[in-house]
Design a protein around this ligand. Structure first.
Ligand SMILES: [Zn+2]
Length: 279
């Protein structure tokens, strides 16, 4: 089976659970723990769709947490809605279980905490996930940025909130971009392309952000580099180039090992999850 290890990430397996870790974040593994969980047989973390999916997903999380030696009760998992909302987690709400899609976590796509043992989760199946770490202030973040989140610049909201709430300094923040759909596969119609064009014209980088694709069914297709947009936004927020770490992995190019909603189709797709916590 293919292994996704490259210059930025290492693929490992523990007790049957396959995951990626960023080399850069592993330098701080005395302070934080992080995982990007890959496709694993018998585990389906998707909560949308049928009511029983929540039960199946919770079993999946339990299995992952047990296998990797984490306490399932420390999990904080929002309901991602492609919003621009970022929430600072000051403490766990549920004392005897995870904060699993609690009402207070509805329409939350970015999480931040400075508290130990709170495990922040973000799921994706083509969307972008960015794990953040302020190595000076010891503050972590986990952001779900799909194309709508990217269009609305949720990564800027996340970094802004880290600064406001914790006095974080951009030059100390590491941004790690997990696997997601990439410009090789993120095909859109003219309406979506136009939204990106309008929003990011000011960067003077439209030639690198938008590519013209083929004409299919009489429709001109376009490819958007949403990862590049997130990198541009990080730079605007003062993140150092050396602290922008990109896994460089496309979910649609690796469907045997990563969930991809475009490959697995809308109804049946599973999700990958990023988990990060302060020790
Ligand atoms: Zn691809």
């Amino acid at each position: 089976m293919k292994n996704l290890t490259n210059n930025e990430v290492i693929q490992s397996e523990k007790n049957g659970i396959k995951y990626l870790q960023f080399r850069k974040l592993l330098e701080y593994n005395d302070k934080i723990e992080h995982y990007y969980i890959l496709k694993n047989d018998g585990i389906n973390l998707k909560t949308r769709g049928k009511p029983e999916n929540i039960i199946i997903a919770k079993e999946g999380y339990k299995k992952i947490f047990n296998s990797l030696g984490m306490d399932y009760n420390n999990l904080v998992k929002p309901i991602f809605t492609h919003s621009n909302n970022v929430k600072v987690v000051k403490e766990k709400e549920n004392k005897n279980g995870p904060d699993f899609e609690n009402e207070s976590l509805n329409e939350v796509d970015g999480l931040i905490t400075g508290k130990k043992n709170i495990i922040l989760a973000a799921t994706n199946a083509d969307c972008i996930i960015i794990m953040l770490y302020d190595k000076e202030k010891n503050i972590i973040g986990n952001v779900h940025s799909g194309w709508r989140g990217t269009l609305n610049g949720i990564i800027k909201e996340e970094i802004l909130k880290m600064k406001e709430e914790f006095g974080c300094n951009s030059s100390e923040i590491i941004c790690s971009i997990c696997p997601s759909i990439r410009k090789c596969h993120f095909e859109v119609d003219e309406d979506v392309m136009d939204m990106f064009k309008e929003k990011y014209r000011y960067t003077n980088m439209l030639d690198e952000i938008i590519y013209k694709g083929d004409i299919k069914n009489n429709k001109q297709k376009y490819y958007i580099d949403t990862v590049l947009i997130n990198k541009i936004l990080m730079e605007e927020m003062g993140i150092k180039d050396e602290n922008i770490i990109d896994s460089n992995i496309c979910s649609m190019c690796n469907p045997d090992i990563l969930h991809s909603s475009r490959v697995e189709t809308q109804e049946k797709y599973g999700v990958n999850v990023s988990l990060i916590y302060i020790k």
